[in-house]
Design a protein around this ligand. Structure first.
Ligand SMILES: [Mg+2]
Ligand SMILES: [Zn+2]
Length: 259
């Protein structure tokens, strides 16, 4: 369905853990990570951790090996392939980094399902260590969003919306507090899929009426697959328009009000 853009968060949405934590923990650097965490922003710390890994003899190949065995729910890959084969435009908006995401997606053979990956740039430098840069260049630019230090996913969603025009409909899937800002930018015809009992779901529950999009929660890969495919089917059959004009906001309030 060419009119549907499906935007995925990466950590704890596509993969079932945080890829930054996964690499640091699996290579045995979590004590240092936790000691440095209060002293610098997350993104700066991840770049520093890549320097520490390199100076302790951990190679890019060691990092790749760890990334290739990251936990993922068995229904996520079939779900992504199915959504892609229906003709949807799949994108990633993530606060991880290009190297981690590309390595994992290529290993899972689903890289070609995504038309765009918005995340922190990273590259292997001349010393053979991974360097991670911030998505926003803070020297020249502040993203100006009070909800979102340091990366504003809502601003990225706005850029996507501008590039698409009015006709396309967005489905956004995410778990973290950083996925709340984009949920506020979605329009009436869009769909927000927050992971149940995760930070973005809890933020939405506080006042679901602030989200203009239809809200559909999910708990695991199996539900992500079933619900996203149902929504796409609904949009394709035109059924969702009736659904929106009914008392769906009230329904959502009831569902979320029980929390
Ligand atoms: Mg996440
Ligand atoms: Zn923001």
């Amino acid at each position: 369905m060419a009119g549907i853009v499906v935007v995925f968060d990466f950590d704890k949405t596509i993969v079932d853990c945080d890829s930054d934590n996964w690499v640091v923990d699996e290579l045995g650097f979590n004590v240092l990570f936790n000691r440095l965490l209060p002293t610098m922003p997350w993104n700066t710390l991840m770049d520093r951790m890549m320097m520490e890994l390199h100076s302790h003899g951990k190679t890019i190949d060691d990092i790749v090996q760890v990334l290739q065995r990251i936990p993922i729910h068995p229904r996520i890959i079939p779900a992504i392939k199915a959504v892609h084969s229906l003709g949807c435009d799949l994108r990633i908006v993530s606060d991880a980094n290009t190297f981690f995401i590309e390595t994992i997606l290529k290993h899972l053979k689903i890289r070609e399902c995504f038309s765009d990956i918005n995340t922190n740039p990273s590259y292997i430098n001349e010393d053979g260590r991974l360097q991670i840069l911030p998505y926003h260049d803070f020297n020249n630019f502040s993203h100006g969003c009070t909800l979102c230090p340091p990366m504003c996913k809502g601003g990225i969603i706005e850029k996507i919306q501008e590039s698409l025009g009015e006709k396309k409909r967005l489905i956004y899937l995410g778990d973290g507090s950083g996925d709340y800002c984009p949920s506020l930018r979605l329009k009436e015809q869009d769909f927000m899929m927050p992971r149940k009992n995760f930070p973005v779901w809890e933020l939405i529950c506080k006042d679901p009426l602030l989200v203009k999009a239809q809200i559909h929660e999910w708990t695991n890969g199996e539900e992500l697959e079933r619900i996203s495919l149902q929504l796409i089917n609904k949009i394709c059959s035109g059924e969702s328009d009736e659904f929106i004009s009914s008392n769906c906001k009230l329904h959502i309030m009831c569902v979320f009000g029980s929390h």
